[in-house]
Design a protein around this ligand. Sequence first.
Ligand SMILES: Nc1ncnc2c1ncn2[C@@H]1O[C@H](COP(=O)(O)OP(=O)(O)OP(=O)(O)O)[C@@H](O)[C@H]1O
Length: 312
Amino acid sequence: MIRVEGLTKVFRRPRTFSGPFGALRTLVTRQHVEKTAVDDVSFEIHEGEVIGYLGPNGAGKSTTIKILTGILTPTSGTVEVNGLVPWRDRSVNARNVGVVFGQRSQLWWDLPLIESLRLVGALYDVPAPRFERSLKKLRDLLGLDEFLDTPVRQLSLGQRMRGDLAAAVLYEPPLLYLDEPTVGLDVVAKEAVREFIVETNGAGRTTVILTTHDLADVEALCKRIILIDHGKVLFDGAIDALVNEPRRLVVTLESEPEEVRGVPRDAEGRYVFEIHDDLPGMIASIAAEHTIRDLSVEEPDLESVIKGIYTR
Ligand SMILES: Nc1ncnc2c1ncn2[C@@H]1O[C@H](COP(=O)(O)OP(=O)(O)OP(=O)(O)O)[C@@H](O)[C@H]1O
């Protein structure tokens, strides 16, 4: 469904100057600075997957999504979405994809939500019976009824997000891009958005690419994640493969030798052992040689594993 190969995007902007006459120099300069936002990224996404596209701030996630939706043209590399090149076949591609940018609404600010949705239906040539069927389903699924007649500018963040989600799937696109769809929402609204994504993905009907900083979203929704940082893919695979790492025994000792049983002391003066079998035996053998000040057992969780990958 999506094939990305060697995708690179370099932004080029005029150099800025500070100090006296800095603004003027900025205005007339011919010097440029370059920023490689996406750097030789390749991946494939298959029909029906829910992919978590993750990375710290500035990693290059939104830039990738903007290229996949046809908003931006890459510097180099190839992209195919449902057999189309997004930035070349922009209007056909737009009919195949729904997009939600959590930080910014795609709806018409001054129109009541229902009018915004009708306008989306008209723009995408959704036949009336299909529009009504789709709207009915979304009203139930997203609880739109209480604010359908409210102008978008008066909606709360959670209501606005539900409206944006409805607009993105009204014309039943096979592919959905969600960029931070739960940002700023309370726990109940987050849960509603997650349920909506599960329902929309159905039995593999809609493919979803999700960028988020909320790992609870990822754990609830994605089997596979692609991690990027500084524009490069650091990991692409199943979450299970990440969190199936062994549990760890973390020990601090009265004395602080350089290493204990081959494990070096870390920056915080701790010794971190992988637990493979006999935990009591492991502790006993350490205690036989050293005085233990503190110990704990850490379960691998997605957050610490991902943090570990970023800091590698
Ligand atoms: N139009 C632009 N012109 C110049 N640089 C840009 C532009 N858009 C993005 N960048 C830079 O490209 C890099 C990647 O930005 P991008 O928005 O893709 O990151 P992100 O992973 O989506 O981050 P966040 O989680 O903060 O939204 C950043 O360093 C950003 O400053």
